[in-house]
Design a protein around this ligand. Sequence first.
Ligand code: MN
Length: 287
Amino acid sequence: MNDTVMETVTNYRSIFISDVHLGTKDCKAELLNQFLKLHRCDSLYIVGDFIDGWKMSKKVHWKKSYTRIIRRILKMSKRGIKIYYVTGNHDEFLRKFANNRFDNIHLTNKMIHVSADKKEFVVMHGDQFDGVTRAHRILKWIGDWGYDVLMFLNRQYNRIRAKYGYGYWSLAGYLKGHIKRAQTYIGDYEDAASHYAEKHHYDGIICGHIHHCALKTINNVRYYNTGDWVESCTALIEDFDGSFSIIDWKRIQQDKKASKKALKLAITKQNKPIINQVNETSLKDTG
Ligand SMILES: [Mn+2]
């Protein structure tokens, strides 16, 4: 049987995704298609940087899976699902068309989401806080998962240096300072965003932009970040009781693959001795 046939579809009140970056080669469109197929909702919020107008003005990477995402979203809107497209900085060319409605697709730069338990969330992409916190994206990337890779590279690099008689040089040490700055950047950003929500008397803020998902309380307000579909592939979901959670779709798929592999291995291991036994007995019988 096909895998997709066996997968169950889950319903939610709202789904929030952001930073898909359609039109760039790093967009994980297949995963997003799969996610949208298996997760239904009454309202879908696209929290900015859905289409990457910046990168597309230089070079366009377009795959069939990108068209499938757009087609799927249009189909959702035809079925009566409310779609809110909140513009980001990479799709800022849409900002001048804000506050318009195309079928069930609402285009906006900033909006309020009222949760099932009547909490008010301001929904915005979040590049608006860049003025407060500034750092390079590469530093964020290093801070997230690159440290182990850097340590490995550092060892290789110093092996070569040693071979040619050069002394030890710590790449990791050099970058440590930068990593610290990257972590400070995320912290500063979260602080700025939650401070904005607090100042304007919202119960929370839902944003994206920094490609770093979060579900926490800062400055007496909820700070929810949807993450992205370039590296982490995460979505923020709201259940029918107003509770929020993050779905780490990439991790779920990876875990599923790993357990499938383990199961296959266990089955082949179990079968092997049985087959041998049969062969041995049949040999004995004929011998
Ligand atoms: Mn952005």
